[in-house]
Design a protein around this ligand. Structure first.
Ligand code: HEC
Length: 184
């Protein structure tokens, strides 16, 4: 980013504006978080009890249930932000790694621009019931598939190759029978 660009960004931060995304500006997910998310979610991710959920040690858990990744993209704060798809993907990656649990965030594939583009619309109109269903699925890891089990792709099993050797049963050659005792 040019010196001037960065200066403008900082000015925007200081003034509490900055929702316009300058075209071509390099993505710094932390700066994007500060400009677009921190107002409600706060720097430490704690949110506002009863209104804005606490990200800490929780947000990455959604990655482990069917429909959870898409949920993180489709909540209005994400989906309706001014961020383009690639930068929203980076901010979501930043959020799940920073607020964790980090081991989960690191063991799941990162969000990509393509995934965000495919899932962003339409944004969720009613978050509550979907969030509750996901939390229930999280509480019972072995329970029935969650909201969007269709996310899981079914891979066809590879064609079976015959393991039988050609030419019949192995070991068909029997050992010779007991010899007749030869008379002296
Ligand atoms: C105007 C306040 C506000 C802003 C700004 C905001 N959010 Fe949110 N966010 C919320 C609220 C409120 C919820 C709870 C769900 C709901 O009611 O939309 C939430 C929920 C979330 C969740 C789901 C967390 C959970 O535990 O269910 C994610 C992920 C999220 N926001 C990401 C973001 C991102 C990314 C940004 C910035 C690009 C952002 N939010 C900006 C208010 C905001």
């Amino acid at each position: 980013m040019s010196r001037r660009g960065r200066g403008l960004l900082q000015l925007g931060l200081a003034a509490g504006v900055g929702l316009a995304v300058p075209a071509g500006a390099p993505a710094d997910p932390h700066v994007d978080y500060m400009l677009h998310c921190r107002g409600c979610h706060l720097e430490d991710g704690s949110g506002a009890p009863g209104i804005v959920p606490d990200f800490r040690n929780t947000v990455a858990r959604f990655l482990t249930v069917p429909g959870g990744r898409r949920y993180l993209i489709r909540v209005p704060g994400s989906a309706q932000s001014a961020l383009p798809d690639d930068r929203l993907a980076e901010v979501l990656n930043f959020i799940v790694r920073r607020y964790g649990p980090r081991e989960i965030a690191e063991s799941e594939p990162p969000f990509t621009a393509g995934e965000v583009a495919a899932s962003r619309r339409p944004p969720l109109s009613e978050v509550g019931p979907i969030r509750e269903a996901l939390l229930r699925a999280l509480a019972e890891p072995t329970a029935a598939p969650g909201a969007e089990a269709a996310e899981a792709t079914t891979s066809p099993s590879p064609p079976r190759t015959s393991a039988a050797p050609p030419g019949g049963t192995p070991g068909a050659v029997l050992p010779p029978g007991p010899r007749r005792p030869t008379r002296p």
